[in-house]
Design a protein around this ligand. Structure first.
Ligand SMILES: Cc1cc2nc3c(=O)[nH]c(=O)nc-3n(C[C@H](O)[C@H](O)[C@H](O)COP(=O)(O)O)c2cc1C
Length: 169
């Protein structure tokens, strides 16, 4: 089993203080080598909170939030396992529709449905999202492509979502 984990992060409330402690550090402790990509908004929030430096200490790879220049080599490997968490309602909708308007969604859209790829999406959304007529369809579209989806709770540690990843031996 490849140990590389594509960790893709969007701008859910709490990401600026919980990402390292509840997702990135526990994943690294389980043996995953982290290839981290942030949405532009998540990158801004983590830079503002000072957590970017802590995150950099968990990976030997560049933390991405923008596209590379065509003249530069690809900075990340192609992981067989992806965790998109925390995932906002907006980015879940874009992923389900195949929209890739930033580097984080490009990484996910390129990998979705690829044979041999496991993708877990941990979303944190308001209850109101479940009343939106398109929301359940987005979750169903992802499930039909083999994506495991899981709702993150604001008042519960996000770490539980790591249990949906394959077990490393
Ligand atoms: C303080 C704050 C907390 C937010 N929390 C959430 C959240 O938990 N879930 C969500 O779907 N959107 C949340 N949003 C809205 C997203 O940040 C916003 O829709 C953003 O454009 C999503 O961009 P991204 O998915 O590219 O990161 C929050 C916004 C703010 C300002």
């Amino acid at each position: 089993m490849a140990r590389s984990l594509g960790l893709v992060v969007s701008s859910c409330g709490g990401v600026e203080s919980r990402l390292c402690a509840e997702l990135a550090e526990p994943a690294a402790a389980r043996g995953w080598e982290l290839a981290i990509t942030l949405t532009p908004t998540a990158a801004e929030w983590l830079a503002d909170s000072g957590e970017l430096g802590r995150l950099r200490g968990l990976t030997g790879l560049e933390i991405r939030s923008t596209s590379r220049l065509p003249s530069r080599p690809r900075p990340h490997p192609d992981p067989e396992v992806f965790l998109f968490a925390p995932a906002t309602a907006g980015s879940v909708a874009k992923l389900a529709l195949g929209l890739a308007d930033n580097q984080a969604l490009t990484v996910l859209d390129d990998a979705l449905g690829e044979p041999g790829v496991t993708m877990v999406v941990g979303y944190q959304v308001r209850d109101a999202r479940f009343r939106h007529p398109a929301w359940q369809g987005h979750l169903d579209a992802l499930a039909s492509a083999g994506v495991r989806t899981h709702r993150l709770e604001v008042d519960r540690e996000w770490t539980d979502v790591l249990d949906l990843l394959p077990v490393l031996r």
